[in-house]
Design a protein around this ligand. Structure first.
Ligand SMILES: [Cu+2]
Length: 152
């Protein structure tokens, strides 16, 4: 492929990228996650929760064997889970980052290791804006290179 041909194609590639960037649904549209979380000696199931920032998390907590607790770091949530009684807690994952959840009721020898992780992915409006700006700048540079302004 010749250099000129490549230059001719570049604006189309850039346009396609722009259209893609603008049209990809923004991941920050909040959704509600209904999750059944089972506490069992000595683990939580699921062990990892992944949500996006702004999502609502509705947890139905149940204990499979003995009394457990559910404490979520960073969100200050704490509740006791009795076997046979499911308990619902709901919160908005408004803080991005990784947060541990742990059992807050001494439930046996390995109780201190009864830990799970909530991963709240941040929204990226900033990186998206940087991406669109960069692509536009490159498009303008390519265009100017191809059609240099007439000397004055
Ligand atoms: Cu425990």
């Amino acid at each position: 492929m010749t250099r000129t041909r490549l230059l001719t194609l570049t604006p189309f590639v850039i346009l396609a990228l722009l259209v893609w960037l603008v049209s990809v649904p923004v991941s920050n549209r909040p959704v509600t996650h209904n999750i059944v979380m089972t506490a069992d000696q000595f683990a939580f199931d699921p062990p990892v929760l992944r949500v996006n920032q702004g999502d609502t998390v509705r947890l139905t907590l149940q204990a499979a064997d003995v009394v457990h607790g559910f404490y979520l770091d960073g969100y200050g949530l704490n509740t006791r889970i009795e076997p046979g009684v499911s308990r619902q807690i709901e919160f908005t994952a408004d803080r991005a980052g990784k947060f541990r959840y742990r059992c807050s009721v001494s439930c046996g020898s390995l109780h201190p290791f009864m830990i799970g992780e909530l991963v709240v992915n941040p929204n990226f409006p900033f990186y998206r804006a940087v991406g669109i700006t960069l692509i536009t700048v490159i498009a303008v540079l390519v265009y100017l290179r191809k059609f240099p302004p007439a000397p004055v």
